[in-house]
Ligand binder design. Structure first.
Ligand SMILES: *[C@@H]1O[C@H](CO)[C@@H](O)[C@H](O)[C@H]1NC(C)=O
Ligand SMILES: *[C@@H]1O[C@H](CO)[C@@H](O)[C@H](O)[C@H]1NC(C)=O
Ligand SMILES: *[C@@H]1O[C@H](CO)[C@@H](O)[C@H](O)[C@H]1NC(C)=O
Ligand SMILES: *[C@@H]1O[C@H](CO)[C@@H](O)[C@H](O)[C@H]1NC(C)=O
Ligand SMILES: *[C@@H]1O[C@H](CO)[C@@H](O)[C@H](O)[C@H]1NC(C)=O
Ligand SMILES: *[C@@H]1O[C@H](CO)[C@@H](O)[C@H](O)[C@H]1NC(C)=O
Ligand SMILES: *[C@@H]1O[C@H](CO)[C@@H](O)[C@H](O)[C@H]1NC(C)=O
Length: 578
């Protein structure tokens, strides 16, 4: 019996000790620091609701963050350095003796700091509200993270005239995105699409006046706050209540990557979030800029983007770059046709003020005869409303109003688009939620087997980009990739002109590649390796597409990178499942 007791004690003591350690630190004192590589180096709020420490955002990429300890996937509510992640080794957060809290990267460069200075003793604490504070000897707060929100507001966190909430870029990508929330110059709380080229307010709706939206511009206090009951109140009269109103559930108000502001409540038993409020006038694809030019938003039950038939997605990782037609639009009405998009609208960008009580034919002719018209909306309720559009932006499926969209296409366009389909259909379905952080892997996986091929791909992609810039659209676009793979240099193929040198390498590779045996000859023997063969085959196919004789059947760079990297990712997944 005694031995058993002793045995249990020997087991239990280290377990309890380890548990105590994994609970996190209550505070960070002057001169001490948190190291990225130490698993137990994180701050915890008094009851453990929140943790603050290094959060992995990609392979070997970390941000200093605050997250909900007990939610599935540790939901982040704040980040210090969202756009400048630090290395997974040697990076640290240090509270200097002078009161400055500083985040340094592996090379000791300062990535972020609070820029605070105090002569009195200082200490960093994570409060039970989720607020990270620096306090002096007399417990006076000299800095707090609540004043610098990222994409989330927590209960009791005031939102004032200074900060702007900025969404994350996509699910799992913590970089700053394109949606903002802030008080505008009229003291009204706005949601804004803030893209690289365009920006527009989409909430409250600009179709009605501020007063019709229930807001007022007259209170210049500019302050909004969510309280512990789940009641939100803003100085512009905007108020709402959580569906589960009352003290209890832990909540957060987040401006999501799709531009929608959502209040979430945590289910403590499962660690999952449920939506406890959403602006009713927003959920149905009314967020601007979501799908880019020519893209159409479909809500089911999340916003998803699609391209109309005959249009191709411009950037596989970013829907806001929109879709491009696979045909050329001319001004010649005899060469134009219209494609019907049922129950669709493109908000804004009307060519002229819209007209009513005109026939479908008349509306169609107005658009046809105007070279700048890209399509028109026409009501199907017999009212004869006609909306010719200059640009097809902010597209969405309409459920509320009877309208169809007719967009201009080149007459005789065969709606099968995408010449690249022959390369492999799945490749065009690259995840829209992949983290792109200097080539890091979103999953945070520690797979190193494929690092060689990853570097090769990165190298080749980088080369191809440089090539485009340097050589433009000349014939040798794509040839560098072939050179890298075949180990033969283009000039090594003796010819009279540089044009022919490229040409002969391309022709040689095309011919060889016709058969699997040929492929092996094309591949440089140094690269010959069972596990890379398919990838190299893929690269050769891409390279050949890039040197296609018809400039327009060559894929755009975004697609080249997509084809190369998407394949690599699908392969990684297979490896993981093994
Ligand atoms: C948690 O993360 C995993 C892996 O990224 C994902 O598959 C899962 O859906 C996430 N769960 C929630 C609730 O977000
Ligand atoms: C501590 O900070 C508070 C708030 O900033 C300030 O009022 C107080 O004077 C400070 N105390 C000392 C000892 O510096
Ligand atoms: C302005 O808004 C603040 C904060 O919501 C509120 O306390 C104040 O009473 C408002 N002022 C007026 C004149 O409505
Ligand atoms: C991204 O893809 C997932 C499925 O892979 C889909 O559920 C989601 O709606 C898509 N989001 C956008 C913005 O296209
Ligand atoms: C588009 O126009 C260019 C000339 O501007 C032409 O070379 C190309 O073949 C056209 N593409 C299609 C798909 O018609
Ligand atoms: C569009 O709606 C019309 C009737 O309004 C229907 O005849 C047609 O099949 C629909 N087209 C598509 C592509 O759904
Ligand atoms: C992309 O994936 C979806 C569902 O996973 C599928 O329905 C669609 O056909 C795919 N698109 C392509 C071009 O392969």
């Amino acid at each position: 019996m005694r031995f058993l007791d002793l045995f249990i004690l020997l087991i239990l003591i280290p377990v309890a000790w380890a548990q105590a350690w994994s609970q996190g630190l209550p505070s960070l004192s002057r001169g001490s620091s948190l190291a990225v590589a130490k698993e137990n180096d994180f701050l915890a709020s008094p009851k453990g609701t929140f943790s603050g420490g290094f959060y992995e955002v990609g392979t070997n990429a970390y941000c200093f963050a605050i997250w909900f300890t007990n939610s599935v996937n540790k939901t982040v509510v704040w980040m210090a350095n969202r756009d400048r992640p630090v290395n997974g080794r040697e990076s640290r957060l240090t509270l200097h003796g002078n009161g400055n809290l500083v985040l340094t990267d592996e090379d000791e460069s300062v990535v972020w700091s609070t820029d605070t200075l105090t002569s009195a003793g200082v200490e960093a604490r994570l409060l039970e509200t989720g607020n990270l504070v620096l306090v002096n000897q007399t417990k006076g707060i000299i800095w707090e993270s609540f004043e610098f929100p990222t994409d989330t507001l927590l209960p009791s966190q005031p939102f004032t005239k200074n900060p702007t909430l900025v969404s994350i870029r996509s699910r799992g990508t913590y970089l700053s995105g394109v949606y903002n929330m802030k008080f505008d110059d009229n003291n009204v709380l706005n949601l804004i699409f803030n893209g690289p080229l365009l920006s527009s307010v989409y909430w409250p709706s600009t179709k009605v006046t501020v007063f019709e939206s229930g807001r007022t511009p007259y209170n210049s206090t500019r302050k909004a706050i969510l309280n512990d009951f789940g009641h939100f109140e803003s100085s512009d009269n905007f108020v709402f209540k959580a569906a589960d109103y009352g003290v209890g559930p832990k909540r957060r108000l987040t401006l999501d990557y799709d531009g929608i502001l959502r209040l979430y409540s945590l289910d403590d038993s499962t660690g999952l979030w449920k939506i406890s409020w959403i602006p009713v006038d927003l959920y149905n694809c009314h967020v601007h800029g979501l799908c880019g030019e020519n893209g159409i938003c479909v809500y089911s039950p999340q916003s998803t983007c699609i391209c109309p038939d005959g249009f191709n997605r411009n950037d596989p990782s970013d829907w806001s770059k929109g879709c491009s037609p696979s045909f050329n639009l001319t001004c010649d009405p005899t060469k134009l046709d219209f494609m019907l998009l049922n129950k669709t609208d493109f908000y804004g960008n009307d060519l002229v003020t819209y007209a009513t009580r005109i026939s479908f034919e008349e509306c169609r002719n107005r658009c046809l005869s105007d070279c700048t018209c890209k399509g028109f909306g026409y009501s199907t309720d017999g009212q004869g409303s006609c909306y010719p559009k200059r640009i097809l932006r902010n597209g969405f499926r309409v459920t509320s109003k009877p309208q169809n969209m007719h967009i201009k296409i080149h007459r005789g366009t065969v709606i099968s688009s995408l010449e690249l389909r022959k390369v492999g259909t799945n490749d065009l379905n690259c995840s829209n939620e992949t983290l792109v952080l200097g080539g890091n892997d979103a999953e945070g996986g520690k797979t190193s087997k494929n690092s060689y091929i990853k570097y090769l791909i990165a190298f080749v992609s980088a080369f191809a980009v440089i090539e485009i810039i340097c050589i433009g659209l000349a014939w040798c676009y794509g040839v560098v990739l072939l050179e890298l793979l075949s180990g033969k240099t283009a000039p090594g193929f003796q010819s009279a002109t540089p044009y022919d040198e490229c040409n002969s390498l391309v022709q040689w590779a095309t011919k060889q590649h016709m058969t699997p045996e040929g492929l092996r000859k094309v591949i440089d023997s140094r690269l010959k390796n069972e596990s890379y063969e398919e990838k190299i085959d893929r690269m050769i196919e891409v390279a050949l597409l890039c040197v296609a004789e018809d400039r327009h059947s060559r894929p755009p760079m975004s697609k080249v990178v997509e084809l190369l990297t998407a394949y690599d990712e699908s392969n990684l997944d297979e490896k993981r499942n093994d």
